[in-house]
Design a protein around this ligand. Sequence first.
Ligand SMILES: [Zn+2]
Length: 101
Amino acid sequence: MFILDSLCWICGEEYNGLAFGAGMVQQEPLIPAWEKGTYKITSVSKGHDEQFKYYTDPSMYEPTDECEFIEWGDLRLCNENNYCPDCEEMSLDFVVVGEAD
Ligand SMILES: [Zn+2]
């Protein structure tokens, strides 16, 4: 799995150490998502759509020509212009900072 940091370039909110993908122990891929109600970003497996909005959903980002996708199998995240639950702008970037089993 990838380890991601995220940063909003408008409000400065950041979340570090988000998992994306699967590993030796975690076999169901984890996907960054924001939790309805708390507005916090965490990584969860598929199937929790009532509680979470996944950043792999195209409604969660506005890709530009410079957008690069971070891909795990058929899952993909846009590296920029993602929805920030704190300021509600399309201003959250994801950066791969490492990989883990
Ligand atoms: Zn923000």
